[in-house]
Design a protein around this ligand. Structure first.
Ligand code: TRP
Length: 332
């Protein structure tokens, strides 16, 4: 297919570091499946990251690391446009414009805002509130067709669609209305210590969270300590959240079905099961970990990738912006 006829995929990951297997299975792992048939943009969203106070040196380091992680997860920069949000100024520009087409009431209903403002009571800044309008700008700048994200971003994506439709209604067709790509089979990976709550990258209990870059030893230890229940039977069931969560993780890394997993561990205890889940997870992440370690050392290469990515993205972003500016009535 000619490059220009390809449908567009866009997604973003914050350079906040310490991503979990929930982030991996729910979103990043899926990104590479689009490379062949779509024009893909994967962005490190540093503008979003500063809605929470950051240590400058850390933010810079994590921006490199997130780019390296994209590549370690199988995104070849020759086939995917990998770039840093703040390198393409149109994100901030369109972000401001879309602020003016996004309603206070809509933003007030965002659960991520409510959660984050509860956690950062001393810094509930305007950016934290308008975060979803900037995310809408990210997506709409590229006339995106498909947005692969985890289930936690569904509400933001719906807002982006609403804002696009509203703008189109006022000014005639300007933005493509994007669709989400939200995998349902690994939708929610739960905490290993409290399996009725989502696995969260900021959980203070390290045993609850498996991170993409954890060592094999850490992964094995965390699974060994995972909370299960007082039965001894590996069975998927709503009233067995711990075991069901481990089964979801095992299925994601092995491709086995729940039936197959139940049969595999029939008559065996949780000890064997946890060991197998740990092995599968650690093995599944080995290549990511190794590639990351290699890539993150080559800063010059990462800089070349982000520069080329920003140049490519800039061309697309500029086209949409000139359309937007004309429709709004800005003087050229
Ligand atoms: N808000 C997303 C998250 O926290 C990151 C993000 C920013 C994003 N802009 C985006 C995701 C555009 C998809 C598309 O995970």
């Amino acid at each position: 297919m000619a490059e220009n006829d390809k449908k567009i995929v866009f997604s973003g990951v914050q350079p906040s570091g310490n991503l979990t297997i929930g982030n991996y299975l729910g979103a990043i792992k899926n990104f590479s499946r689009f490379s062949e048939d779509y024009k893909t943009f994967y962005c490190v969203v540093d503008l979003h990251a500063i809605t929470v106070r950051q240590v400058p040196a850390e933010l810079r380091k994590r921006t490199y690391e997130t780019l390296a992680l994209y590549m370690a997860c199988g995104l070849d920069p020759k086939e995917n446009t990998l770039f840093v949000q703040s390198h393409v100024p149109q994100h901030a520009e369109l972000g401001w414009i879309l602020d003016c087409y996004t309603m206070f009431g809509e933003l007030s209903r965002m659960t991520q805002f409510k959660d984050k403002s509860a956690k950062n009571a001393q810094n509930i800044n305007a950016g934290l509130f308008t975060y979803p309008a900037l995310m809408a700008a990210d997506i709409l700048l590229y006339q995106t067709d498909i947005v692969p994200v985890g289930i936690d971003q569904k509400q933001h994506l719906e807002l982006a669609r609403d804002v696009a439709a509203r703008f189109n209604l006022i000014y005639s067709d300007t933005f493509k209305i994007p669709e989400g790509y939200i995998p349902t089979d690994t939708m929610k990976i739960m905490s290993l210590q409290e399996p009725t709550a989502k696995m969260s990258k900021s959980d203070p209990n390290e045993n609850a969270v498996v991170r993409i870059l954890d060592s094999k030893d850490d992964i094995m230890r965390k699974f060994k300590r995972a909370v299960t229940d007082s039965e001894t039977c590996v069975r998927y069931s709503e009233d067995k959240p711990g075991v069901s969560n481990l089964m979801t993780i095992y299925r994601a890394f092995t491709g086995k079905t729940f039936d197959e997993i139940e049969r595999e561990f029939d008559g065996k205890g949780y000890g064997d099961f946890k060991l197998a889940v740990g092995e599968a997870c650690a093995d599944g992440l080995t290549s990511v970990r190794d590639e990351f370690a290699r890539l993150v050392q080559d800063k010059a290469h990462l800089e070349a990738v982000m520069k080329a990515g920003a140049e490519d993205a800039y061309g697309y972003a500029r086209r949409t912006m000139s359309k937007v500016r004309r429709k709004i009535g800005f003087v050229n």
